[in-house]
Design a protein. Structure first.
Length: 211
């Protein structure tokens, strides 16, 4: 007699990247939050080269506000700030990527002598667009994690700025009220001056007429 065997759901062969690690991979460049291509490639399980090839094959989806290439000044700033390093290490099966304390060059380079290149930065919109380019269970799961993280960050920033925004609104309302009172006062003064001027003009005309 055969026994009924209950198969447990198959677990994915990858693990979602830690939230704190994700936050450490987000930088502010050109006034916007971005993630670098090598970091995203690692998250999605690609080599940086393969990752950028996937994007290049769908380049029409990535406008300048979705993806842009860092210039030397921006790379140098990352290096001085000790934000991240894109030193790549090649293994027999795949390319593994590790972060260092600083960029060894103003341009990223593979440790086995590959072509140097300036990293690409992806904005929040660009990361969302990756969902339409990178397929598979891992890509979908990691994309959802990134979307939730960016939402958390925006909610946090909004909550932090709320008291300041409220204070500015109160100050603006107070200033507007004062300006309204000042305008009314100046309007009354102008009316009074016009009336006085009219009286003076009438007197002058009367005198001239009499003479």
């Amino acid at each position: 007699m055969k026994k009924n065997v209950t198969l447990s759901p198959k677990k994915p062969e990858f693990s979602l990247i830690d939230e704190n690690l994700l936050k450490s991979r987000i930088y502010t460049i050109r006034g916007v939050k971005v993630m670098l291509d090598a970091d995203l490639a690692e998250i999605y399980g690609y080599s940086t080269k393969r990752f950028n090839e996937q994007v290049k094959n769908n380049i029409a989806k990535f406008d300048e506000d979705f993806r842009f290439q860092l210039n030397e000044a921006e790379i140098s700033l990352l290096s001085r700030s000790k934000f991240s390093s894109l030193t790549t290490k090649k293994t027999s099966k795949t390319d593994e990527f590790s972060q260092n304390d600083n960029l060894r060059s103003k341009k990223s380079a593979s440790s086995w002598g590959g072509v140097r290149y300036a990293p690409f930065a992806f904005t929040e919109q660009g990361i969302y667009m990756l969902m339409t380019v990178l397929k598979g269970e891992q890509a979908t799961a990691q994309s959802k994690a990134l979307i939730r993280l960016f939402k958390q960050m925006k909610d946090y920033i909004a909550a932090e700025n709320a008291p300041d925004v409220s204070a500015r609104m109160v100050a603006l309302a107070t200033q507007t009220s004062q300006n309204t009172r000042d305008i009314a006062h100046y309007s009354r003064c102008c009316c009074k001056m016009r009336n006085e001027g009219a009286k003076t003009t009438y007197k002058l005309v009367s005198i001239l007429y009499i003479n």
